[in-house]
Ligand binder design. Structure first.
Ligand SMILES: [Zn+2]
Length: 186
């Protein structure tokens, strides 16, 4: 785990929720020192490079904390999601450029916010690995939903043929195109 992903305060809250107590650190490298309800001491250290290390106790507790899905304050979850989204968008932008993977419209305009498309839907067999991801406009992402990949490929061809003659400065809401089957607006 990288140090930026380590949520020290929430981990400390979890320790307290398990009956432990947070204690003052004894030197500058201690990010967190605590005593468990069974009177064992756990410490998390961070070195000059920002790398974390653990004692046997804190490593075991951290694993339990991360697996404790009942202990996920909304604020923490939202922050982690926002961090993930920003990081993933940057990776995909670098890999694929700023176009929607379906309609090809540029995603750097206010009207077309880049969303992250999961080719294999998370609700089915998909995962969050970049190999399963691409940037898509909200319209296309909403239009394809959890469709199988083969239908998404067909949608891509369809939507590109529909907007082929639209001038490049015009933004097309592809969800309306796909669902209402209305024509391309003049
Ligand atoms: Zn699109």
């Amino acid at each position: 785990m990288t140090s930026s992903a380590f949520d020290r305060d929430t981990f400390a809250e979890w320790i307290v929720a398990q009956g432990g107590t947070v204690q003052p650190g004894t030197n500058e490298w201690e990010v967190l020192r605590y005593r468990t309800s069974s009177n064992e001491t756990g410490v998390v250290y961070r070195n000059k490079k920002g790398e974390l290390s653990y004692t046997e106790r804190s490593r075991a507790d951290l694993a339990k904390f991360l697996a404790d899905t009942n202990f996920a304050p909304a604020e923490r979850v939202n922050r982690l999601k926002a961090e993930w989204t920003a990081k993933t968008r940057a990776i995909l932008l670098e890999r694929d450029g700023p176009g929607c993977v379906f309609c090809g419209q540029f995603l750097d305009r206010g009207e077309l916010r880049p969303t992250i498309e999961h080719f294999h839907a998370l609700a089915k067999t998909g995962n969050n690995h970049p190999d399963n991801l691409a940037l898509a406009c909200e319209g296309c992402n909403g239009a394809v939903g959890n469709d199988p990949v083969v239908k998404k490929i067909a949608f891509r061809d369809h939507v590109r043929s529909l907007i082929a003659d639209v001038p490049p400065w015009q933004v097309v809401d592809t969800r309306a195109l796909a669902t209402a089957k209305i024509g391309v607006p003049a």
